[in-house]
Write a protein that binds this ligand. Structure first.
Ligand code: C5P
Length: 313
């Protein structure tokens, strides 16, 4: 598992996700959109450390992982001002979903203790990679363990869904087709996938992208890509990537079209935006190729480029 009990605290690895498929089916009366989406956890990870204490304060300490801070990237000449835009300040109060996740679980479980949390970030924000959601899910898993609550997964899933549509997925990770507003999960197996992921210097706001999207008039089902993955046919899966939010995101920033052009030239099995953007990913034949393309794109000042693997659970 991704959870380790250390002498004084609990450590949880919190993976990012990408959406291999996302279809917007309808706009709902509660303001959300009905979705069918295929999520896979990837090896770009934050680390969360959770320590319970007898006080009642929830305190959060955040920093970018080594090599990820805007200052370090500027020194390495990898970015100029763009570094600040990608790896900027992280909120540490109730604006951070980790803080809200812990407060909500503490209230629901009637816990009388507080917590100190250290969060080491590597997943860029406003990227469609689920950074805030995975940190919140990691906090729920850590608190459940540290406070010895023994909540079963289905109870944590219910609470996670109140925090955000993607949070339940990160309690189980792996790969899943998610429906409803994203909180209804159907786990599935996928072969090892090699990816290159780029977060451009401009991030996107999820509500804003959803506001500009149009539900599909003739929606495609995820069954085609799910079947290709079940057969281990990565190239066939690459041809069936889909993201119904990409057009709305592309109307908010030119970076989506720029990345699409750039990825088109890289000889990938398929490529598209992840979630509500702004990050963009491509599916590669091999890990080596993914590393090579990530280095090439990173060197062109297109943003933060990562080589990653879809994480087997
Ligand atoms: O659930 P979450 O808090 O992550 O969603 C953020 C925002 O994204 C929502 O307030 C809504 O505007 C939009 N959203 C949506 N349909 C979904 C998921 C999110 O419209 N299925």
């Amino acid at each position: 598992m991704h959870l380790r009990r250390l002498a004084t605290h609990i450590e949880v690895l919190a993976p990012a996700k990408i959406n291999l498929f996302l279809e917007v089916l309808a706009k709902r009366s509660d303001g959300y959109h009905e979705l069918e989406t295929l999520l896979v956890a990837v090896t770009i990870c934050d680390t969360l450390l959770f320590e319970s204490h007898s006080g009642d304060e929830i305190s959060l300490n955040c920093r970018w992982g080594r090599g990820y801070s805007a200052a370090e990237l500027a020194r390495a000449r990898q970015f100029d001002a763009a570094g600040e835009a990608i790896f900027g300040e992280i909120p540490v109060g109730p604006e951070n979903l980790v803080w809200r996740a812990i407060a909500r679980l503490r209230e629901a479980a009637g816990v009388k203790r507080g917590a100190t949390v250290w969060l080491i970030k590597r997943i860029p924000a406003a990227a469609g990679l689920g950074g805030a959601s995975t940190d919140a899910a990691a906090a729920l898993l850590a608190a459940n363990e540290a406070w010895k609550l023994h909540w079963p997964l289905h109870r944590l899933v219910e609470l996670a869904a109140e925090l955000g549509s993607d949070v339940p997925f990160f309690l189980t990770r792996g790969a899943a087709v998610c429906r409803g507003r994203g909180e209804q999960m159907e786990p599935l197996g996928v072969p090892r996938l090699h990816l290159v992921v780029v977060r451009p210097p401009v991030g996107l706001s999820t509500p804003e992208v959803f506001r500009g999207c149009q539900p599909a008039s003739g929606p495609v089902a995820s069954t085609g890509i799910v079947a290709a993955l079940a057969r281990g046919e990565t190239a066939a899966a690459g041809k069936r990537l889909r993201n119904g939010l990409q057009a709305a995101a592309a109307s908010l920033t030119p970076w989506i079209a720029t990345l699409q052009d750039e990825f088109q030239r890289q000889g990938l099995l398929g490529h598209q935006m992840s979630g509500s953007g702004s990050s963009y990913f491509g599916l590669c034949h091999t890990a080596r190729l993914a590393r090579r393309i990530a280095a090439r794109l990173g060197g062109r000042r297109m943003g933060a480029a990562y080589a990653a693997t879809a994480a087997a659970n």
